[in-house]
Design a protein around this ligand. Structure first.
Ligand code: IVH
Length: 686
């Protein structure tokens, strides 16, 4: 398609914009692609060329403007208060509960029990709730749900989602577009795209996302909008939060209006004359949901009339006029081919069911954890058994039960091995413990897990050093322990699989950068039994330096609040073991010197204050946030009470936030928390 030379640049740019936006509409909203990817790309490049030559022709709804300004990295997500709260939904876990809800609706409205209320059924999308504000038809703001009252401003990332229109298209077949309107919906990922993202992550040694929902959330909360743009996020819209004069009277009409305006709306919506039709919809989708190319989290049933919705109102955080019908977790039958035994970082042997691969709720499952031997006995599970497996939300698949009727008599009982399957040394079962462990400190399986743990987030955080690389290092004898990481040379890395010049540099730089992590992270990275991130933090605070920690004794350890006798003994035993001592000495000799930590009360704004964290923070894990507070001499606790001084509320804050509001406790956003921290850093630094 050669550009028409008789057209001016202005006309051509306008025409290209129209064609590209129309193609996106056909593809994402009507689900009827009209252009091939290659054709789309060609038009896109042509528009880009014109715009580069004539920057004055760049329009705000140009598809080239999805990742504007070359996609500058976002440093923080600003708070985005919602005009009207973004509510949650009550659940119905079976048809009976759905009927009861219908009765409650009628009772509340003063309608007789036998009469009918009209409902709309919609697919409950399992994605991330978003709010989009359009000003004069143009996309002005995109925000997450947050705690329902305040979300996060993710406008650059929302613009990077190709299925989100940058401009609402006015049409004669729908009411005029209000000057200001906020639409709400869900951003999600198709299974195929989810698989692609995980495969790419795997290549780079990044752990996979557990499910499409997490992957969608991770993609939307990216600091780099270009990453968001590269992921084919889908979106669907179903409600409005706020609008200036919109003449629509029912949910069903609203969905038609949104679709006519060019916003993606899920096609599987149904207007139902009464609850029985709604029930039929739910039942039909019980099997239908397995064929959908995305995850479905149930059915949302809504009272159709907006007048009736207003009369019903909301109770606590959920509207009375809607309910989420949830299906029971999907269980699938499959056969146990074998029971394998995995050796973890601390030497614990975990039995794993090796399954005939089956698809459970859209994900192929071939292994399930069996926890320990007692659990296998309790379920009376044998090799060759048919079992029901389920994947409930985020957790690893589990074996629910054995289908005893399917036994043929050829099933084999399983015994835990008496020797470690990796190093062949005898295993032990400590008194009072269900776990069986390999106690050989040189067991390769343990070393592998130790290195993975050592490099992980929260520990030494060596970016880019994934399991794939670690396995290769171990297989080729490049490392025998974590200290060897620090003497790796580039020429040793280059011959490895999938290793380029740049990646090798990145890995080596990341290793170097980890030499001076704070003491708490170093102690956590050592992988001492019972010493999680929090305990490591307490130890670092108490001892302040590695040298002082190395001289600790069980009596002193036990005086540290929150450290019990078992942990104290485990630490002591760890330090008594010459192999561990040697490893620490070796780490020191290769230049790993953890940064000492403040042990005194501190004088910052959190000194002596009681702080509670709730919800998810963007920049820190909860443990890291708590550690920062403790570093300043503050106390971090789990529950809001009258003694609490500050509540730090992240994304998705719920009951703790409500309780803090009730008790009139000072609530800080993540930004405010950061500002307070940095206001203290002047006094804190050496
Ligand atoms: S209506 C006041 N409709 O489910 C009603 N929500 O559990 C608010 N969701 O936060 C939502 N699909 O993120 C509605 N068709 C749908 C939905 C839907 C998914 C999500 C939404 C909401 C959550 C509540």
């Amino acid at each position: 398609m050669a550009p028409n030379t008789s057209q001016t640049d202005e006309q051509r740019a306008c025409e290209l914009r129209r064609q590209l936006n129309e193609a996106a509409y056909q593809y994402y909203v009507l689900d009827q692609p009209t252009l091939s990817d290659a054709h789309y790309d060609a038009l896109f490049r042509e528009l880009l060329t014109i715009e580069q030559r004539r920057p004055d022709l760049v329009a705000p709804d140009s598809p080239t403007q999805r990742v504007a300004g070359g996609g500058e990295a976002i440093t923080t997500f600003a708070p985005a208060p919602h005009q009207a709260p973004m509510l949650s939904l009550d659940n119905a876990f079976n048809i009976g509960e759905l009927r009861e809800w219908d009765q409650r609706v009628k009772r509340f409205l003063g309608i007789e029990a036998g009469a009918a209320v009209e409902y709309v059924c919609e697919i409950k999308m399992d994605g991330l709730a978003v709010s989009l504000t359009y000003e004069n038809g143009l996309l002005a703001r995109g925000a997450t749900r947050g705690n329902g009252t305040v979300g996060e401003d993710i406008t650059p990332n929302i613009r990077a989602v190709r299925s989100v229109p940058l401009r609402i298209r006015p049409t004669d077949s729908a009411p005029p577009v209000p000057a200001l309107i906020e639409v709400r919906g869900e951003v999600y990922l198709n299974h195929a795209e989810f698989a692609t993202i995980n495969a790419e992550n795997d290549e780079r040694g990044i752990p996979p996302f557990a499910n499409p929902r997490n992957a969608a959330a991770g993609s939307l909360r990216q600091k780099d909008p270009r990453v968001t743009a590269a992921r084919r996020l889908r979106s669907t819209f179903y409600t409005i939060g706020y609008s200036e004069g919109l003449a629509v009277e029912s949910q069903y009409d609203l969905l038609q209006t949104l679709r006519a305006w060019g916003l993606p709306v899920n096609p599987y919506t149904k207007r139902c004359a009464d609850i029985e039709q709604a029930i039929q919809f739910c039942e039909e989708w019980d099997s239908g949901r397995r064929e959908l190319p995305y995850d479905m989290d149930g059915v949302v049933v809504k009272v159709n009339s907006f007048r009736l919705q207003a009369a019903l109102g909301t109770v606590s955080r959920s509207p009375r006029w809607a309910i989420a019908f949830k299906y029971p977790a999907q269980q699938v039958k499959t056969q146990v081919r074998d029971i394998a035994v995995q050796v973890g970082r601390t030497g614990i042997l975990t039995p794993i069911a090796v399954l005939e691969p089956v698809s459970v709720a859209g994900v192929v499952v071939s292994r399930a954890t069996l926890h320990n031997e007692d659990e296998i006995r309790r379920k009376d599970l044998r090799i060759g058994d048919w079992v029901m497996v389920q994947r409930a939300g985020e957790v690893i698949p589990e074996v629910v039960e054995v289908v005893k009727e399917d036994r043929t008599g050829h099933e084999a009982e399983f015994r835990m091995p008496e020797r470690c399957p990796i190093c062949n040394q005898p295993v032990v079962r400590r008194e009072g413990e269900v776990a069986i462990r390999c106690v050989n400190p040189r067991c390769p399986a343990q070393i592998r897990e130790q290195v993975i743990h050592f490099a992980s987030r929260g520990a030494m955080e060596i970016d880019g050093l994934g399991e794939k690389q670690i396995d290769q290092f171990l297989e080729r004898g490049l490392i025998r322990d974590v200290a060897d990481l620090y003497t790796l040379r580039k020429e040793q890395l280059l011959p490895l699989e999938r290793m380029g010049d740049k990646l090798a540099d990145n890995i080596l730089n990341a290793i170097t950068a980890s030499r001076n992590r704070p003491l708490s992270r170093f102690l956590f990275a050592l992988g001492i039994r019972f010493v999680g991130y929090r305990t490591a933090e307490l130890l670092a605070q108490h001892y302040g330096s590695l040298e002082r920690f190395l001289q600790s004794n069980p009596d002193e350890l036990e005086t540290i609040p929150e450290i019990g006798p078992n942990t104290a003994r485990a630490i002591y035993e760890f330090l008594q073991d010459s192999a561990n001592r040697n490893l620490i000495e070796k780490l020191k000799s290769v230049g790993v010197v953890p940064t000492e930590q403040l042990t005194t009360g501190g004088s910052g704004p959190f000194a002596g204050k009681v702080v509670v964290f709730t919800g998810t923070l963007a920049k820190y894990t909860r443990e890291e946030g708590e550690a920062l507070v403790r570093q300043q001499g503050g106390k971090a606790t789990g529950n809001v009470s009258k003694a609490t001084d500050y509540l730090i509320a992240g994304e998705g804050a719920g009951s703790k936030l409500a309780r803090a509001q009730q008790l009139q406790i000072t609530i800080l956003t993540e930004e405010e928390f950061e500002r307070m921290l940095s206001s203290a850093s002047g006094e804190k630094s050496e």
